[in-house]
Design a protein around this ligand. Structure first.
Ligand code: SF4
Ligand code: F3S
Length: 104
């Protein structure tokens, strides 16, 4: 599966949802997540994200994000259409490790 990580927080460009063939993105207030049981591992979303927030779970060290994607994709609503990013998305794109301060 592919996983949405820290870089999405407060960026939410939503280019990813536009290309996903199985519509498996789910939207929270400050980030999107992928439902791991729906993702077919096609990889087309990865290069679409301007924040480089989407990674394959074969990369090491993503346990926290795999768990978070799994948990919240069961709770948050499905998003299938691109929408405008937050006005300050580009400022947040430059910030690293946003989870503790900005996730919720
Ligand atoms: Fe959707 Fe493919 Fe990305 Fe999985 S890898 S979330 S199926 S676009
Ligand atoms: Fe987030 Fe990138 Fe999609 S910032 S909403 S994972 S395009």
């Amino acid at each position: 599966t592919y996983v949405v990580t820290d870089a999405c927080i407060r960026c939410k460009y939503t280019d990813c949802v536009e290309v996903c063939p199985v519509d498996c993105f789910y939207e929270g207030e400050n980030m999107l997540v992928i439902n791991p049981s729906e993702c077919i591992d096609c990889g087309v979303c990865e290069p679409e994200c301007p924040a480089e927030a989407i990674l394959p779970d074969t990369e090491g060290g993503l346990e926290k994000w795999m768990e978070l994607n799994s948990k919240f994709s069961a709770e948050w609503p499905n998003i299938t259409q691109r929408k405008d990013a937050p006005a300050d998305a580009d400022e947040f794109k430059a910030i690293q490790d946003k989870f503790d301060t900005y996730f919720s």
